[in-house]
Design a protein around this ligand. Structure first.
Ligand code: ZN
Length: 363
């Protein structure tokens, strides 16, 4: 899943968690503790999900808004992200950055992220501050100061984040559109993602980075969204390498997954990685809240927090091969090359040679 954090500090923390998750690797059969939660809907329509966990003297509070980058108006991408930033500015009752005072000053933390379908705000504080933070979240929900100085300063921050995050190194990207996904397909795609790009023993890393040295970095991400989802392959080019080479190598790895089933060992390892990542996420109350939020908002049913991993166990090598064939077709593919000025070809070239230039379909 693609998550952007407002503060660098939070990104680093997430990265550390992930690395711990990969090194632990208990068996996939490890029993996932059930998350017991309650839900109710307030008179104003706000849906409240709560779970009690007394293993820590802290409370995690998350507010999920069902609005994200996919709702950005045409020609105004970044609008949802800009609003994420605006909610840290002043309100009728709070001065700017007051959320930091209410959390960091009592030993807690707070942050937010904007995804395709949602914008999420969260705080972790000693549990006796629960009501204070619920009040603060309500205050910025209802009485935010949307004024010119706040707007302009945050717009500049968001623009700079976009430049440094999205428009930095040269890369090639392959997108596959996923429509009408069944549960079984979604689970198999998640397993395929891990086999392709989960760590340094994954297929893409071994082939493109280690053996062929075409890419400095690769990834495969099943970006499963509310509407049409995407399966995205990314190769950040090694120096002197051409995006065409990376594209060819990616397509060759995709074809291997379509032509033959993955091994039992690869399948088992991928499931272990997925389960381990979930186990580690749920060790903190904020991680547990994220898991409930994902299930409730993105998957449409909070109970899935307790059922999805059992389903994942049932994915077979044949399932993985089948979804690779079903979705990774030439007609379904969109290719984007992002290149610095010095690597661009003359205008009129047939394939995506402009920065952000895109061409659809196979050769
Ligand atoms: Zn941001």
């Amino acid at each position: 899943m693609h998550r952007h954090s407002r503060k660098i500090f939070a990104s680093c923390a997430a990265l550390v968690l992930w690395m711990v998750a990969l090194s632990g690797a208990p068996r996939a059969q490890t029993r996932m503790p059930r998350v017991e939660f309650k839900q109710r809907t307030l008179a104003n329509g706000l849906r409240v999900l709560s779970a009690v966990d007394k293993s820590s003297p802290t409370v995690a509070i998350q507010v999920w808004y069902k609005v994200g980058s996919k709702d950005d108006p045409d020609g105004r991408s970044g609008f949802a992200h800009l609003f994420e930033h605006m909610l840290f500015k002043s309100t009728k009752n709070m001065k700017s950055e007051m959320m930091d005072r209410l959390t960091e000053d009592v030993g807690g933390n707070n942050n937010a992220f904007t995804a395709d379908d949602v914008t999420v705000y969260y705080e972790v504080v000693p549990s006796n501050y629960l009501e204070t933070l619920l009040w603060a979240e309500a205050d910025r929900m209802g009485s935010l100061n949307v004024d010119d100085p706040n707007f302009k300063s945050e717009r500049d921050v968001v623009k700079e984040e976009f430049r440094s995050r999205v428009l930095a190194p040269p890369y090639g990207r392959l997108f596959y559109l996923l429509e009408q996904k069944s549960f079984v397909d979604v689970d198999a795609l998640r397993v395929a993602e891990v086999i392709l790009s989960g760590g340094e023993s994954s297929r893409l890393y071994r082939s493109l980075v280690y053996e062929q040295q075409i890419a400095a970095q690769t990834s495969a991400v099943s970006d499963l969204r509310e509407d049409v989802s995407l399966f995205t392959y990314l190769a950040i080019l090694a120096s002197e390498k051409k995006p065409e080479e990376a594209e060819r190598a990616l397509l060759a790895e995709i074809k291997k997954m379509q032509d033959a089933p993955v091994s039992a060992a690869e399948l088992e390892k991928a499931k272990n990685q997925l389960v381990t990542a979930q186990l580690h996420e749920r060790e903190t109350n904020n991680g547990k809240a994220l898991a409930i939020g994902d299930a409730a908002v993105l998957l449409g049913d909070p109970q899935r927090v307790n059922t999805d991993l059992a389903r994942l166990e049932k994915v077979t090598a044949a399932d993985v091969q089948r979804v690779m064939k079903k979705y990774m077709t030439d007609a379904n593919r969109l290719v984007i090359y992002y290149l610095p000025e010095s690597m661009k070809k003359p205008a009129g070239s047939p394939r995506g040679t402009n920065s952000n230039g895109a061409t659809k379909g196979g050769e």
